[in-house]
Each structure stands twice: as C-alpha cells, then as structure tokens.
Design a protein around this ligand. Structure first.
Ligand code: SDX
Length: 429
C-alpha cells in the first residue's frame, strides 16, 4: 500500500502521509496541509478528525468492539475490579500483586478530603444538581495541592493519581448526603473501593449498615463499563484543557462539565425521565418513537444513537443482561425496565432507526440498574463521572508523559461581516 495520499488542488499535486494504527485504523496526516496549500480541513463536530495517537482504548464502531489496552471490556467487566481496571488504563498493563496492593493501599489511605472543604457544601442550595457540586469541588481540590500540579513531572502526577481517584468518590457521596440533609459519612478504609462508596452514600451514623455484595459487584461492573471510551466529548475536553498545561484537577473538572450535557453522560438521567414520562402516560412506547422521528420536534430517543457505534453498543448489551440478573437477585421488578425493552424492540424494527444505525448506547439501560442499586436519578451522571475518571486520568497522563502535548487549537472558517465601522450608541437602530 502507498504510504502517501495525493491531493490535487488548484492544479498542483501534494503528497500527504498516511498513518495506520495497530488495529488497522487509517488516517491521512494533514498537519502540514495549511502550511503547504493555504487550505484547512473543515470538520465541524470532529467526526472525521483524529486528534491524537493513543494506546489506551480501541473501538470498532461497525463491529461493536471495545477494548481497554487490548482487553475486551466484557472480559474486564466479568473478571476484573474497578481498581485493577483503573490501573490498567492509567499505567498500561494489568498490575502484578505488588503493584495492585500498593495502588489499592494508596486509594484506601487518600479517601478523606480536607475538613475545610466540608464547609463548601453549605454554600450550595439544597436543590443544587450534584454535577454542579462535583465539578466545582474537584476544581477546588487543586487549591490543596499547590506543590503537585506540574503535569510534566511524573513524580507529581503519580502523587496525584490515587488522590484524585479516591477523593472524587468521597466528594460524590458527600454531595448526595448534603442534598438530602443527612450528615456526611466518613470513608471506611477497610472497605473495597465500591463498598466504601456505597457506605458513604447510604450509611447513617445512628445505625450499622450491611453492604450487599451483589450491589457492590454490580457497581464494580458499571464503573468498569464506563471507565474509558477514547476521544468522546468529555475525554477530548480533558485533553483540550490539559493541552494548555492546566493541572489534573482543573482538566478533570472541565471533563465533568462536558459529561453533564444530555447528549453525552447526562443522557442516563434523561433516559430515566423519558421512561418515567412514558410510564406515567400509560406505557405507550410508540408515541415516543413517533416523536423521535418527527423532524419538527426536538425530541430524541434518549440513550439511542452514537457517533462511533453503528451497531449495538457492547456496553448496552452487558448492562441489559445485568439488569435482569441483578434485579432478579435483589428480588425487584421495575416497570421502567419493561418499558425500556419494549421501546428498544419497537425502535429497532423501525426503518428510521435501522437506516440511521441507531441502537441503544451505554446510557439506555444504566439508569435502570442504578435505580435498582438505590442510586437516585440526579446522581446517575455523577456515577458516570466516577466510572470515567480513570479514562480521563489515563488520557491526560498519556498526553503529558508519553504523547503529543501540543496545545489544542482548531481553526475556523470565518463567515461574518468583512468590514464594519464602530457606530456611536445614538446612531444605532
Ligand atoms: C455517550 O462519544 C462517546 O463515546 C460518548 C459515550 C462515552 O462513553 O463517552 O459513548 C457516552 O455520550 C452516549 C450518547 C448519549 N446521548 C444520547 O443518548 C442522546 C441521544 N442521542 C443523540 O442525540 C445522538 O445520537 C448522539 C449525540 C449520541 C450522536 O450524535 P451524532 O453523531 O452527531 O449524530 P447525529 O445527531 O448527526 O444523528 C444522525 C441522524 C440524524 O438524522 P438525520 O438528520 O440524518 O435525518 O440520526 C438521527 C439524527 O436526527 N438521530 C436520532 C437520534 N440520534 C441520532 N434520531 C432520534 N433519536 C435519537 N436518539
């Protein structure tokens, strides 16, 4: 195969280098395009733009394949723990026993946040969305580590990694406690990562709490499933903010904000709201499907469609299967799960969805499972953030310590007025 592509522009020929990834993904290298030709590549929404080389996660959207460092996500969801998978994503290999013990120890012993930060929670209204609290609290963490913020110093980065992973879990659980007016429950370092989170979420000081191992296992699986997804909107945001050499906390806080939107991680909450509305209105899924197809309506079938997957999102397959298993184990029935399944069935038979390759994505069934675990709806996107954290860290770290850390700076095609003069206010219409 040739290792260049020929571009003929205004009668002149240019050779553009080709890049092929380890899983045969192909790209045309246009980095010198403007310098050589005066043209830029135009790609709003970056649907055709490779923004970096990365060794972390591979997706084949046509075949529905997702691997972290080469390992299929289904295998990790079944056999691994979230802590181990986090290590894999961040450091590039499955940890040996000493590495895992050391990493787990660090996560356990950096679980508390500075006591002063507890007072920050008092400044938020009780109606505050936990994502608003999470993003600002995470950015605030940077104030407590002024000596560890250099993204180019591997020792400083390694100092921060377990702290970020451990403390954001605590911040997330405290956000929930504050929103329901209960005292915060301090972390218990003897517990596993997921059990500790559940304890901080659901324990109260006045009672002892048994943590159901099935609930812990389900949470572990959900966090693994969410742990990375290459250059999605929030991870690209973390890389973009990080490319200015902003510190890890600031970059992750920006990622949390990007994730919040309903087109991205906020879709899990939006799916549940959609399912609840259908349920309240009698359970007719056909109306929702019809509204999603109506070009005069803004309504979209939440939890459906994906920029990369043109087949079933492999994560949705795993979560759907687990909904049946976990609800069965917990002895719960959820009418919203039945509505979701009916909605999927009707949509997947409909030519509109088939022609556009619109399938359930990761957010379609995750809310049903979170609900079964007792997690409230406004915490779903917080849960997605907790899961995605190792991915954000891995990409930020890769960019700074292993990859290309050139500042992200897309160009544009300007289409506004060419010349205009300043008009004093009295002369304006
Ligand atoms: C996540 O990128 C990632 O990897 C993200 C993620 C991760 O792990 O990080 O996987 C997590 O964000 C999952 C996506 C969650 N969002 C939703 O579920 C919201 C509903 N879905 C969408 O709005 C939409 O499908 C997106 C945002 C997910 C993808 O948008 P694209 O790639 O820009 O696709 P598009 O909007 O251009 O859609 C193409 C066509 C359009 O129709 P036409 O104009 O060609 O006639 O499909 C239609 C769209 O109107 N379409 C839908 C639809 N999704 C796309 N029509 C109805 N319902 C939908 N859900």
């Amino acid at each position: 195969m040739a290792n260049t592509a020929e571009l003929i522009l205004e009668g002149k020929s240019y050779q553009l280098p080709l890049i092929v990834g380890s899983c045969e993904e192909k790209a045309i290298d246009i980095r010198k395009l403007r310098a050589d030709t005066g043209y830029i590549a135009f790609d709003s929404g970056y649907g055709n733009t490779g923004s970096c080389m990365s060794n972390i996660t591979f997706i084949d959207g046509e075949k529905g394949i997702l691997c972290y460092r080469g390992i299929p996500v289904a295998e990790l969801a079944e056999k691994s723990t979230f802590v181990e998978t986090s290590y894999l994503l961040i450091y590039g290999h499955l940890p040996n026993k000493t590495e895992l013990d050391n990493f787990s120890h660090q996560l356990r012993y950096h679980s508390m946040i500075h006591e002063d930060m507890l007072r920050f929670y008092d400044g938020y209204p009780s109606t505050a969305h936990p994502m608003a609290i999470l993003s600002s609290m995470v950015c605030s963490l940077s104030a407590y580590y002024p000596d560890s913020l250099d993204p180019k110093d591997p020792a400083q980065v390694d100092h921060l990694v377990p702290r970020v992973l451990s403390k954001i879990r605590t911040i997330a659980a405290y956000s929930y406690k504050k929103s329901i007016g209960q005292p915060v429950v301090y972390p218990q370092n003897a517990l596993s990562y997921c059990a500790n989170f559940l304890h901080m979420m659901f324990a109260v000081p006045s009672e002892t709490m048994e943590i159901d191992p099935d609930v812990t296992a389900a949470l572990n699986m959900l966090l693994i499933i969410h742990a990375d997804h290459e250059q999605n909107c929030s991870t690209s945001t973390v890389r973009l903010v990080g490319s200015s050499d902003a510190n890890l906390f600031a970059s992750v806080a920006a990622g949390i904000c990007a994730l919040w939107g309903p087109k991205h991680g906020g879709a899990n909450q939006a799916v549940m709201e959609m399912l609840e509305t259908i349920h309240k209105n009698g359970g007719d899924v056909n109306k929702a499907v019809a509204a999603a197809k109506d070009k005069d309506s803004d309504f979209k079938l939440m939890g459906f469609g994906h920029r990369v997957y043109k087949s079933y999102d492999p994560r949705a397959t795993i979560i759907r299967k687990n909904c049946d298993v976990i609800l069965g184990k917990l002895g719960k029935k959820d009418p919203l799960l039945e509505i979701a399944k009916r909605l999927e069935e009707v949509a997947l038979k409909d030519p509109y969805f088939r022609e556009r390759n619109l399938y359930p994505n990761v957010d379609f069934y995750s809310g049903v499972l979170y609900r079964a675990l007792g997690i409230p709806k406004n915490m779903y996107t917080v849960m997605f953030s907790l899961g995605r954290l190792p991915g954000w860290i891995a990409h930020w770290r890769e960019m700074h310590l292993e990859g290309d850390d050139r500042i992200y700076r897309p160009r544009q095609i300007y289409n506004g007025p060419t010349t205009a003069n300043y008009v004093p206010i009295e002369g304006r219409k």
